[in-house]
Design a protein around this ligand. Structure first.
Ligand code: CDP
Ligand code: MG
Length: 735
């Protein structure tokens, strides 16, 4: 065998994977995870919807309802309408359809639990629509991730045999497809929270389905808190002495359905006093779990070797690899492609399919297409594939045991920052990941960590509200006349992080000393941007450079990175980009790129533009996305009466001044030792190697963000006059 990877497999033979019992359900952890909610009412014994107690029984037996034929690989977007209807009727949830509709009709709030792939997200909205339960209103289905919202909407449109954007649509930040006839709308939780600002009762929605509630994302928590008050108002529920809660007549009542892939429903049930809890039995085949006998230092390399071990030694079946983020996905995809091309001809081909949250709509559709003959699909995904999206055909899972987690390091002085760190997953995630191998038949899960490491993992993740920056949410709540301190939340954030977000908003001028929202704050909240950037846009009206600031902020808000990094071609990259470099730093460098691209776009064809981007190591997708974002920001400007065409021409100062207003908290001063000290806050930082100012000794800087690897780096850096620091941040804080 000539393949290098084959010479050093991670495990020499199958036995060297420390084979454990199918611990997916058999070990003690599973029991802890599936604690039976106390307030459960099961359905009738014949029903296929089961109470969690029964559910546990069926899970322990490790077999799905074997009578049900699996739709398998045929379940793709390209299927014909008839086939699709057949697939729909074979989903585990279909047998409980009538019972579900009955329960939804009778209850204002339902908590629906069920294993991934049982059909909750795609079917429940259609049942509501087809049974007339949604009345004339819209059914909202919320998702914590953009890519889940867009791809599920596409799937349901196909199932309904309609064009995406007609009766089935979606709405995610900077991208939407819906029309006045839309009845089922998949949307990110952030978008529906934003809608509260213009319609605090969400009156156009007759049903709000909060999906993936177990993830407890920040926006989902805010939505759930608001739904509780909205239900009271729209369903006319009053506390009557001696009688408890009494429901009066309501002209536009709301139904809420909370859906989750894990079984800890108790908390949701308690929060929505008296919610009905239902369980839909999924389909789960046995999964053999293998733990590596020792910890892996390089999980990307370990995943690659394990993949080829499966590919050469195991029968056909697709492989799903869980990785923490886009960078690892891209690098592993490249390596797998290189090595698989060197395999002898008698081997199956390998088709790689990346899947991560920031992918543009439609970019991942090949993942759902049937695997071509004589080919093994290798899906490289983040935790998006854990519960949000079910990919058919997976028989093998490789679990690196890592994920990326956002965590805010709050500082009392207001100088805190968000970190995005790679960390160990939780036991709950590990079990979900393993479960993905057993949906269509017996499967295998290769954990690149030891059994002891698994046991040492936290049981489940901490809700995001307890570990993330709250300033953007607090600003939105203030617009609604609400406050984090008084809102009835499922979990309260830490005091110091609330305090820190108040300081941030005060320094940006969005709140006054009485913590009341200012007119600047209201304008800021109207932009779908982080407060630092919406503040910069508003400042740009003072300095006459709205056009330039919108150009920069649009690129910074795109999900793809503008600059393609290539460690092998570092010199070529730096030479190709030389002409965009601006002495003031990264922000104006971005502006130079945008301007150059706009010029090219006028004269070049599509392929010419593409080639130009390739030559300059620029990611055209980021530029195209930024164009869309800018269009939307311009619309917001128009609504606020801001002229977005105002330009400062070739002048640099106004742009830097405007950005300085937004990044007032992100200023740092050069120290004698070459490090930078935050003007507000205590952190000592270095300029990130990717910055144009990296090796310059600039006395004072502003930066977009701090990233924490082995030390704290400032990324997206521009030079500012030292006097700025006095004008903005510190003086204000002291005054
Ligand atoms: O929400 P839950 O995990 O219970 O299941 P679902 O997302 O409604 O998925 C039901 C079925 O639809 C699964 O078999 C998926 O593979 C399939 N599906 C698909 O084929 N293509 C999509 N874009 C989305 C779902
Ligand atoms: Mg789902």
């Amino acid at each position: 065998m000539s393949v290098a990877v084959k010479q050093s497999p991670l495990f020499n033979d199958r036995k060297s994977f420390k084979r454990s019992r199918p611990s997916w359900v058999d070990d003690g952890n599973e029991d802890r995870r599936q604690k039976t909610p106390s307030k459960v009412t099961g359905l009738s014994p014949n029903s296929h919807l089961k109470s969690p107690k029964k559910a546990r029984k069926s899970l322990n037996g490790f077999t799905g309802p074997s009578k049900i034929e699996d739709s398998g690989r045929a379940s793709v977007n390209v299927s014909k309408p008839l086939q699709i209807q057949e697939q729909r009727s074979k989903l585990p949830i279909a047998k409980g359809k009538e019972a579900l509709i009955r329960e939804f009709r009778e209850n204002d709030v339902t908590v629906l639990l069920g294993e991934t792939g049982s059909g909750k997200t795609t079917q429940v909205p259609q049942y509501l629509l087809e049974s007339g339960l949604a009345g004339d209103g819209i059914i909202a289905v919320t998702q914590p991730r953009k890519v889940a919202a867009t791809s599920l909407a596409a799937r349901v449109a196909t199932e309904q045999n309609v064009n995406l954007g007609s009766s089935v649509g979606y709405s995610v930040r900077f991208d939407e497809r819906f029309s006045p006839e839309t009845r089922i709308k998949y949307m990110t939780d952030g978008m529906i929270v934003r809608e509260l600002m213009s319609d605090s009762l969400l009156s156009k929605y007759s049903v709000v389905i909060v999906d993936e509630a177990h993830e407890r994302s920040l926006r989902t928590d805010l939505l759930i808190a608001n739904l509780k008050t909205i239900l009271r108002q729209r369903n006319n529920i009053q506390d009557v002495k001696g009688k408890g809660k009494v429901k009066g007549n309501a002209s536009n009542p709301l139904k809420v359905i909370i859906m989750s892939a894990t079984l800890d429903a108790e908390k949701f049930g308690l929060f929505f006093e008296g919610a009905k809890i239902l369980y839909v039995q999924g389909r789960q085949h046995p999964v053999k779990i293998y733990h590596s006998s020792q910890g892996q230092v390089d999980y990307v390399d370990a995943a690659m070797r394990t993949f080829f071990q499966i590919h050469t030694d195991y029968p056909p079946g697709d492989v799903l690899i869980f990785l923490p983020g886009q960078e690892d996905i891209e690098s592993l995809e490249k390596t797998i492609q290189i090595y698989s091309n060197q395999l002898p001809h008698d081997h199956m081909l390998v088709l790689t399919c990346p899947m991560y949250a920031s992918q543009a709509a439609g970019q991942n559709s090949k993942v759902f297409h049937p695997t071509p003959p004589n080919t093994r699909k290798c899906i490289l995904a983040t935790n998006i594939a854990e519960t949000s999206i079910t990919i058919p055909g997976v028989k093998y899972v490789i679990d690196t045991g890592k994920c990326k987690e956002k965590r805010y390091l709050a500082r009392n002085t207001g100088g805190g920052f968000d970190t995005l760190l790679i960390r160990d997953i939780t036991q709950s995630s590990a079990m979900q990941r393993a479960g993905r191998a057993g949906r269509e038949g017996a499967g295998h899960c290769f954990r690149l960590y030891t059994e002891d490491a698994f046991k040492a993992m936290a049981l489940s993740a901490e809700p995001e509200i307890m570990r993330c920056s709250l300033s953007s949410s607090l600003l939105q709540l203030k617009c609604l006349g609400q406050d984090l301190e008084t809102l009835d939340l499922m979990d309260q954030p830490a005091d110091e992080s609330m305090k820190s977000s108040l300081i941030v908003l005060f320094l940006l001028g969005a709140l006054d000393r009485e913590k009341e929202i200012t007119s600047v704050g209201r304008q800021m909240a109207a932009f779908p941007l982080e407060p630092v950037y919406s503040r910069a846009v508003i400042a740009s009206t003072e300095y006459g450079c709205t056009q330039e600031v919108l150009d920069i902020v649009s690129v910074l808000s795109a999900s793809s990175k503008l600059f393609v990094e290539s460690s092998e071609q570092r010199d070529a990259v730096s030479e190709a980009r030389q002409k965009f470099r601006h002495v003031c730093g990264d922000h104006l460098t971005i502006l130079n790129v945008v301007k150059a691209y706009q010029e090219i776009a006028q004269s070049e064809s599509k392929s010419g533009r593409k080639e130009w981007c390739r030559r300059h190591f620029l990611n055209e997708r980021a530029l195209l996305e930024a164009n869309d974002i800018r269009d939307q920001l311009r619309q917001t400007c128009q609504r606020l009466g801001i002229d977005h065409r105002v330009s400062c021409g070739e002048k640099d100062d106004p742009v830097i001044q405007s950005l300085g207003h937004g990044l007032a908290l992100n200023m740092a001063l050069l120290q004698p030792d070459g490090f930078y000290k935050q003007a507000i806050g205590q952190s000592v930082v270095k300029i990130h190697p990717s910055s144009t100012l990296c090796d310059k000794k600039t006395p004072a800087i502003i930066y977009d963000e701090l990233v924490y690897t082995n030390q704290i780096y400032a990324r997206g850096v521009s030079k500012i006059p030292k006097s700025f620091i006095l004008t903005f941040g510190t003086l204000k804080l002291q005054s």
